[in-house]
Ligand binder design. Structure first.
Ligand SMILES: Nc1ncnc2c1ncn2[C@@H]1O[C@H](COP(=O)(O)OP(=O)(O)OP(=O)(O)O)[C@@H](O)[C@H]1O
Ligand SMILES: [Mg+2]
Length: 255
C-alpha cells in the first residue's frame, strides 16, 4: 500500500505547492512511484505542472463521475490528478459523515500501484482538508519563518490531535515533518527555527524540522513549468528538497 502524505498549513503562501512539486520530482528521481493529487480548488499546482485540464479531475473522481484510472495523467516521472474549480462546491456537497472517507477510498483503490501519494491542499480549514487528513498516513507542514509561523503549525497539530482523539478516530495521521521555507540565515529566521524545534520536540509525533533556503529559482522554475529539480538542480532549495525526500523515505520506512 502507498504511503500517503498530505502537505498542509491553513496559512496561505507558505510553500505547500512548491513543496509538492519538488518532493514529487525528488522522490520519483529516487525511483519511487509517486502519485500527486491537487486538492486545492485554486488549481495552482495543476497550472504549474502544466497538467491537461480537459481530462477528468479529482472533483469528478470524488463525485464518482469517473473512475480514478481515467483521471491519471503523467507529469515527468510521476502520476498526477488535476484539480478543478468545481472543488469549491465540496463544502456544500460533501456533507454526510461518510464523505470524509471519499478521498481515502479512491486512493486505496490505486494504493498498490504507488510508493507515495502526495496531496496538495488549499489554505483553508475545509472539508477537503479533512478528507486529506483522513486519507493521510503522514502530514508535512511547510511554514514561513514569520511571526505567524508557530500559530500555523499549532493549528495543524490541533486538528490532527482532534481527529485522532475522537471516540472512533477517523485518522491516525502523524505530523511527519515541518519545513521552514524561504529560509535565510537572519536572526529572525534562526529564532523561528528554534521556536519551531521546541514545539516539535514537545509533541508526541516528534516531527523532523528542516529548512528550505530561499532562492529566486522557486518562482523562475514555476514560470518555466518545471520543478526546481529540473530547472536548477544545484540551487539551494533543490538541494534542500532532495534532503527532505531522503528523510521522508528514511522516517516512513518507504519501500
Ligand atoms: N524556497 C523558496 N524560495 C523563494 N520563494 C519561494 C520558496 N518556496 C516558495 N516560494 C514562493 O512563495 C510563494 C508561495 O509558494 P506556494 O505557492 O508554494 O505556497 P502555498 O502554500 O502553496 O500557497 P497557497 O496557500 O496559496 O496554496 C510562491 O511565489 C513561491 O514561488
Ligand atoms: Mg498552494
Amino acid at each position: 500500500m502507498s504511503i500517503n502524505i498530505a502537505i498542509a498549513n491553513q496559512k496561505g503562501g507558505v510553500g505547500k505547492t512548491t513543496t509538492v512539486i519538488d518532493l514529487a520530482a525528488s522522490l520519483s528521481a529516487l525511483k519511487k512511484k509517486v502519485l500527486v493529487i491537487d486538492l486545492d480548488q485554486s488549481g495552482n499546482l495543476t497550472t504549474y505542472v502544466d497538467a491537461d485540464t480537459s481530462m477528468p479531475n479529482i472533483y469528478n473522481v470524488l463525485n464518482a463521475d469517473t473512475p480514478i484510472s481515467q483521471s491519471l495523467q503523467k507529469i515527468g516521472k510521476y502520476s498526477f490528478i488535476a484539480s478543478s474549480k468545481e472543488l469549491s462546491k465540496a463544502e456544500r456537497q460533501f456533507v454526510d459523515y461518510d464523505d470524509i472517507f471519499l478521498l481515502k477510498d479512491v486512493i486505496d483503490t490505486v494504493g498498490d500501484d504507488y510508493d507515495f501519494v502526495i496531496i496538495d491542499n488549499g489554505p483553508s480549514r475545509s472539508i477537503l482538508l479533512t478528507m486529506s487528513y483522513v486519507a493521510a498516513d503522514y502530514i508535512i507542514a511547510p511554514t514561513d519563518c514569520d511571526d505567524g509561523s508557530i500559530d500555523g503549525i499549532r493549528e495543524v497539530y490541533a486538528d490532527l490531535t482532534e481527529i485522532r482523539s475522537k471516540k472512533r478516530p477517523i485518522s491516525n495521521a502523524k505530523l511527519l515533518g515541518i519545513l521552514l521555507t524561504k529560509y535565510e540565515r537572519t536572526i529572525m529566521h534562526q529564532e523561528a527555527e528554534i521556536s519551531i524545534e521546541e514545539i516539535a520536540e514537545n509533541t508526541e509525533d516528534k516531527p523532523f524540522v528542516m529548512t528550505i533556503r530561499k532562492a529566486i529559482t522557486a518562482s523562475e522554475s514555476k514560470s518555466a513549468r518545471e520543478s526546481m529539480q529540473e530547472y536548477q538542480h544545484d540551487s539551494n532549495p533543490a538541494i534542500d528538497y532532495r534532503a527532505v525526500a531522503k528523510k521522508i523515505i528514511k522516517k516512513t520506512g518507504g519501500k
